[in-house]
Design a protein around this ligand. Structure first.
Ligand SMILES: C[S@@+](CC[C@H](N)C(=O)[O-])C[C@H]1O[C@@H](n2cnc3c(N)ncnc32)[C@H](O)[C@@H]1O
Length: 276
């Protein structure tokens, strides 16, 4: 079982945490849900499984996993952000989900033992300086034959129509901020190779990219820009004035009928720990 870290360090993470970060993740999870459910089913989620959701954020997918594995299964969800975990615990208690447990934990400092049938990681590896070593640990956390499912971004896949200069600037700022903090904003296409190198078998992949002319998907870009403002300023990439202008322009674009709003391209990959 991974052990909680004593010395948590969230400085590598570019997106605002706590309450505001939680609100954005709630919208993100609703926008992603059709493709997430499809992915979990294709990867073989089943009743009775013991699951681990790493970098679980507010626990939106953790709750769904708890429903999918049912009362005979259980889910452990971990994140470094103690505020998000506290909110997630309260929400899960209010929803009466007894087979779900949240833990505050720096995953880079864990020592796992093989106790899980299914490990899920969404939008986590992109933020880590050494994603390969975490994937090696995930392999250790799985029972032989267990499945690892990962979904992560390729920011090069962002698009707008009509062309939005504000979106292009937001993509450039996000990309540079993540790189400066040691992450890879375009990690998506690397995922199958990372899984194969870590010793996973039957590695597969697919691509999801929610997009639309209306609805919450159109809010993702302005919300994310707002939530990376502190990191962008700390990295000296743009002024507060410029960020406020980009956010305004992104909201104007989102509200305009006929404009296309989208998520970045999301690469999904999954594979099994070889049987013993
Ligand atoms: C973009 S959010 C995704 C949350 C969730 N997986 C989802 O898709 O809704 C990334 C999460 O990873 C967490 N995180 C980043 N680095 C971490 C680390 N080293 N250990 C544990 N959690 C980490 C952040 O606190 C954040 O909640």
């Amino acid at each position: 079982m991974p052990t909680p870290s004593q010395s948590l360090d969230k400085s590598h993470y570019v997106i605002r945490g706590g309450m505001e970060g939680r609100a954005r993740l709630r919208i993100l999870s609703r926008v992603m849900w059709p493709s997430t459910l499809n992915l979990l089913q294709r990867a073989g989620i089943r009743a009775g499984m013991t699951c681990l959701d790493i970098g679980c954020g507010g626990g939106d997918v953790s709750c769904e996993l708890a429903h999918l594995v049912g009362p005979s299964g259980r889910v452990i969800a971990m994140d470094i952000d103690d505020v998000k975990i506290a909110i997630a615990r309260e929400e899960a208690a209010a929803l009466n989900i007894p087979n779900l447990e949240f833990r505050v934990c720096n995953l880079c400092e864990t020592e796992p033992t093989a106790e899980f049938d299914f490990v899920y990681a969404r939008f986590l590896l992109t933020h880590l300086p050494d994603p390969c070593s975490l994937v090696a640990k995930i392999r250790q956390a799985l029972r032989p034959g267990g499945t690892f499912v990962v979904a992560d971004i390729d920011f090069r896949g962002y698009f707008s129509y009509p062309e939005s200069p504000a979106l292009a600037r937001y993509v450039a700022l996000y990309t540079e901020a993540v790189k400066r903090r040691g992450g890879d904003p375009n990690i998506g296409p690397r995922l199958p190779t990372i899984l194969t190198a870590a010793g996973f078998e039957n590695v597969q992949m697919s691509v999801a990219q929610p997009a639309g002319l209306d609805g919450e998907v159109k809010l993702i870009s302005p919300l994310t820009m707002e939530n990376i403002a502190d990191a962008v300023i700390a990295e000296d990439l743009a002024s507060r004035t410029e960020i406020d202008r980009i956010v305004d322009e992104l909201y104007v674009y989102a509200r305009m009928p006929g404009t296309i709003g989208c998520m970045p391209r999301v690469v999904e990959s999954w594979g099994q720990r070889p049987p013993a």
